[in-house]
Design a protein. Structure first.
Lengths: 111, 908
């Protein structure tokens, strides 16, 4: 294992996207860059997985998408969190905290 | 919400694949541009940017594919593209598609129509709760040769008191009453029922109450219930009808309840329900009058009910006294036994046999249509042999190719099903409107979900079945390359092998067609036999009949009643064009009237035993000539004898022969109805009249004068009479109006009902047979046509395949007739094989038709001879037409066509 693993933890990509979009609406690459920046390079998002996830979230009704012009005059599909998406994020966050707390306890436990 | 969104997006993608893909491509493009721009902003050179982007993002096409593969619609896309492809292929070949769809539509339509008849008449349960627990209480009395004996009041009371198996038991009788005082006098149909009747059926009134025991009391207030239809038409659906009084047959009846709109009973027209009021103290053992119906307790079987009824039959003689003039031995000798039957069977009667034969028939038509379509599909698959082979060689799985072929044939099946359903709908509308087959429950027949499901199921099955043959023939794993090469080489042995499937199909078609032709031939022979039956009367189209009832409340005295009947008769006689009028209590063929034992003088067997049962009819003078029958011996009644109540009677020819061997010997002999009644002299013998339909044996009949001293159980004067009016104007509206005026001239409050010609009675009696004949003839014709088309197709294909051979033969000097003969021979062999198989199958299958045949054996030689010669003729014609084309082949052209093919062959 020369290279550190930068894969997003299985099953958390949706939550990361929702969280990112809860701060601000943005396009696909923006989301990828933001996740990479905030995680300080721990997670790198593969565009194929990201765009597929965006499709899935949009179809689930958690995101709305719209083609816009960005500040540098490029066309981009900008995603926005919907009310249902906000709720989903809350429940996923709560679920995640519960689970990580449990894992943390398990790892701390001493023989 | 999100499920809906999933569905809508998926469908949108499916419908407009291109736009959806463009959207994904745009987004991927925009993503990569943004990624590159951000790298450039961080100061990398374009070369580095390109390298890093590829490293981090992968290539655009890969991303597109990954994103595109999301969504349920991708799973649906492949079959849908197959479907689209199949539709395109079918549309590219409109002739083939139209012929296939038409053949299938005819087959599916016919079977759907017959299925909905079966569904409505046989399968649909009766409209009451737990209908399977309803039984009709029939009996049988082998001791006096009565197969179907109804219920006696004495037995009704015994069963009600003593049974252990019934939840409720009722007795009923249909009748008609004349209503006066509401509007025009009219006759209304209905039932007299005992008070538990509606409880047996588990029917609640829509308004008011049901009958109770007090309504059955002959001394109590007269009550009645009315049907929903009668309530709406006469009282405008007003609830105030409850408690109203209606005058029926001159007696006021209080309306106590209204039946629900859905109420119906055994196809009877019911406007009113009256209590059947028996004075139990006066009931005698022999009091068979009515029909019984009962509801079994839950869990009780018909066999248990049978046993219980048998036990109770022995108790009846201890509870009710024997009728005067009869002995208890007669009750025992009659050997009365219970014969309870499910109510549904009673309603459906013997129509089941006919319907199942028809279903079998249309099933065969459907199979033939299937074979035809399979044949067409084979030709098409044959044309695509090389294409299929090349696709297989390029790696298309045999499953996928099989799926394609099946999809195509199933599409044809569904298209055929849609048209077939429309066809069935139209046919049923016509059937119900004209009530052609004289079916029970005809108005309940409709295209309901069960019928649609049947049509759909049949369409899919038929599509699948006809597609399966080409699949088996052409889609075999690993055979493609050899097939492709064989196709290029055009080896004659292979073409023969390809031919075998089609030939086999033609043999099957011809075989099925011959089964149907034999079936319809037998039905036509049955119809002929029935048409040749002498019903005993003649000139039926010139006989008008109508019924009049004179209630006791109108005319009390019997003699005055008879005078009024005679007055009406003379008034009708005075109508221009009327040559003869007479009165009876029931026209021939309708199987009316009672059946009772008759003693003949000097013929008494053992004291106390019951003599044979005869049908009783009551007639006025002139009946024989009015109805168009013949007097075999003796003379007719006179009016003087009628008014004097002279002790005379006429009998039917078969009865005279049975007792006295010779009709003439019967004249002057004496008969009576019981040991202590008066003797009556036989004054005339009438030719046999069919009474139980044309196909029923002519019963032995005694014709009593309309008015006489009480005979058996019949009342002294017949109050419900049918006028038999012989006139060439029969059936015309003007005549009917003149008859109406004639009746009004005598008594304005007598309704004239049931006006019809004797011919319509005759036609109705043949209705079911005519219906079956027409349907079978159509089915047979269709089968023959499809079979002929099949032979034609195979022979002309064979001709087109063997053009080169024909060319060579002709070039070498073969006579044209021999070339034609070659193909006709081939057609004859195919159809001969089919016909032999079919006729053998017919011998076995037509035995199932036995119940609907009349005086024709299922193995009728004439039918078989005609059918086989007809088939051979048709087959010869069907093969001669394409064979003639073979003889017109120009040898040079045929050979040149072959040479042109060589380069192609070498290229492979």
């Amino acid at each position: 294992m020369g290279q550190p693993n930068t894969d997003v933890i299985q099953g958390t990509l949706d939550m990361l996207i929702l969280k990112t979009l809860s701060l601000e609406s943005m396009h696909g690459f923006g989301i990828a860059r933001r996740i990479e920046q905030i995680s300080r390079g721990v997670f790198k998002v593969n565009p194929g997985s990201l765009l597929t996830a965006l499709q899935r979230l949009e179809r689930s009704g958690w995101l709305d998408a719209e083609w816009c012009r960005t500040e540098n005059a490029r066309r981009a599909k900008v995603y926005k969190l919907t009310r249902a998406g906000k709720k989903q994020l809350e429940s996923e966050t709560a679920d995640w905290s519960r689970r990580t707390a449990a894992i943390a306890r398990l790892l701390k436990a001493e023989g | 919400m999100s499920l809906w969104r999933q569905l809508v997006r998926g469908l949108r993608t499916l419908v407009n694949r291109k736009a959806a893909e463009q959207d994904i491509a745009d987004e991927v493009e925009s993503y990569l541009e943004h990624a590159a721009a951000s790298l450039v902003a961080r100061g990398f050179s374009p070369d580095e940017v390109r390298r890093m982007a590829r490293l981090e993002c992968g290539n655009a096409a890969g991303i597109r594919e990954q994103v595109r593969s999301y969504g349920w619609e991708n799973a649906a896309a492949a079959p849908i593209s197959d479907l689209r492809y199949a539709v395109l292929r079918l549309r590219a070949n409109p002739g083939f598609s139209a012929v296939s769809v038409l053949a299938l539509a005819l087959g599916i339509g016919a079977s759907t129509a017959i299925f909905s008849l079966i569904d409505g008449v046989l399968l649909k349960p009766l409209p009451y709760p737990d209908p399977e627990r309803l039984v009709a209480l029939w009996h049988t009395a082998p001791g006096i040769h009565i197969k179907d004996l109804n219920l006696a009041a004495s037995l009704y009371f015994t069963y009600s008191d003593e049974n252990r198996v019934f939840q409720d038991i009722g007795m009923w009788q249909s009748g008609a009453w004349s209503v006066t005082g509401l509007a025009e006098p009219e006759e209304v149909p209905g039932l007299s029922v005992t008070n538990r009747f509606l409880y047996v059926l588990d029917t609640q009134p829509a308004l008011g109450r049901r009958f109770t025991a007090s309504d059955d009391d002959p001394g109590g207030e007269r009550t009645m219930m009315i049907s929903d239809g009668y309530w709406k038409s006469r009282f405008g659906g007003n609830p105030s009808a409850l408690g109203r009084s209606i005058v029926l047959n001159g007696n006021a009846h209080t309306v106590i309840g209204v039946l629900p709109p859905s109420f119906q009973f055994l196809d009877r027209r019911i406007s009113v329900l009256l209590p059947l009021r028996f004075n139990r103290a006066e009931v005698r053992l022999f009091s068979f009058c009515c029909q019984g119906i009962a509801r079994l307790k839950p869990g009780v079987t018909l066999a248990q009910a049978n046993t219980d009824l048998g036990r109770m039959l022995l108790m009846a003689p201890t509870k009710f006294p024997i009728n005067p003039g009869f002995s208890l031995a007669q009750y025992t000798d009659a050997r009365i036994a219970p014969n309870p039957r499910p109510l549904q069977d009673v309603l459906v009667g013997d129509i089941g046999g006919t319907l199942w034969v028809l279903m079998g028939t249309v099933g065969i038509v459907l199979l033939i249509a299937c074979a035809n379509v399979a044949n067409l599909l084979l030709v098409r698959a044959d044309g695509r042999r090389q294409e299929l082979a090349i696709r297989a060689a390029l790696g298309a799985g045999w499953r996928r190719i099989a799926r394609e072929l099946l999809l195509e044939s199933m599409l044809l099946g569904i298209a055929g099903g849609v048209f077939g359903l429309a066809l069935a709908y139209g046919a049923l509308r016509a059937l119900v409107a004209f009530d052609l087959p004289n079916l029970p429950r005809i108005h309940e027949i409709s295209v309901n979900p069960a019928v649609v499901a049947f049509a759909l199921g049949v369409s899919l099955a038929v599509g699948f079945l006809s597609g399966l043959i080409p699949v088996f023939k052409y889609v075999r794993p690993n055979l493609y390359l050899s097939h492709a090469l064989a196709g290029a080489r055009r080896g004659s042995s292979h073409s023969k092998e390809r031919h075998r499937a089609r030939s086999l199909l033609v043999v099957v078609q011809v075989a099925l067609a011959s089964v149907l032709l034999v079936g319809s031939g037998l039905m036509i022979r049955t119809f002929q036999a029935l048409r040749h039956v002498d019903p005993g009367f003649s000139g039926a189209p010139e006989v008008e009949t109508m019924r009049i009832f004179i209630p006791q409340s109108q005319v009390r005295k019997p003699e005055r009643t008879l005078r009024m009947q005679e007055d009406i008769l003379h008034r009708i006689e005075a109508i221009p064009g009327v040559s003869m009028v007479a009165i009876t209590n029931g026209v021939p063929l309708e199987g009316c009237c009672s059946n009772n034992p008759v003693h003949a003088e000097g013929q008494e067997s053992r004291e106390g035993s019951i003599p044979p049962i005869r049908r009783f009819k009551f007639v006025s003078p002139g009946y024989v000539s009015a109805v168009g029958s013949r007097l075999i011996a003796g003379r007719e009644l006179t009016w003087a004898e009628l008014y004097n109540q002279a002790p005379v009677a006429l009998i039917s020819e078969n009865m005279a022969r049975e007792i006295w061997r010779d009709p003439r010997a019967a004249i002057g002999k004496r008969i009576r109805t019981s040991f202590n009644s008066d003797w009556r002299e036989v004054i005339g013998v009438i030719a046999d009249l069919r009474d139980d339909g044309v196909d029923g044996k002519a019963p032995t009949i005694v014709y009593w004068p309309l008015w006489q001293k009480a005979v058996g159980t019949a009342s002294a004067v017949t109050r419900t009479v049918v006028y038999v009016i012989r006139t060439p104007r029969a059936g015309s509206t003007e005549l009917r109006q003149e008859i109406q005026r004639a009746v009004v001239g005598v008594n304005p409050s007598l309704p004239v009902t049931d006006v019809k010609t004797l011919q319509s009675v005759y036609d109705r009696s043949l209705a079911r047979v005519s219906f079956t004949v027409v349907l079978l003839a159509i089915a047979g014709g269709m089968a023959l046509l499809l079979g002929v088309v099949g032979i034609y197709g195979v022979i002309s294909y064979s001709v087109s395949q063997r053009t080169r051979e024909i060319g060579i033969r002709i070039a070498l000097g073969a006579p044209l007739r021999e070339v034609t003969g070659l193909f006709v021979h081939q057609g004859l062999i195919l159809s001969g094989m089919g016909a032999i198989c079919g006729l053998l199958a017919a011998v076995a299958l037509t035995r199932l038709m036995k119940s609907i045949l009349f005086e024709v054996s299922p193995a009728d030689p004439l039918t078989y001879v005609v059918v086989s010669s007809g088939l051979i003729l048709a087959a010869t014609l069907a093969s001669y037409l394409p064979a003639r084309r073979a003889s017109r082949v120009e040898p040079t052209e045929a050979l040149r066509a072959e040479i042109d093919r060589f380069p192609a062959a070498r290229a492979c």
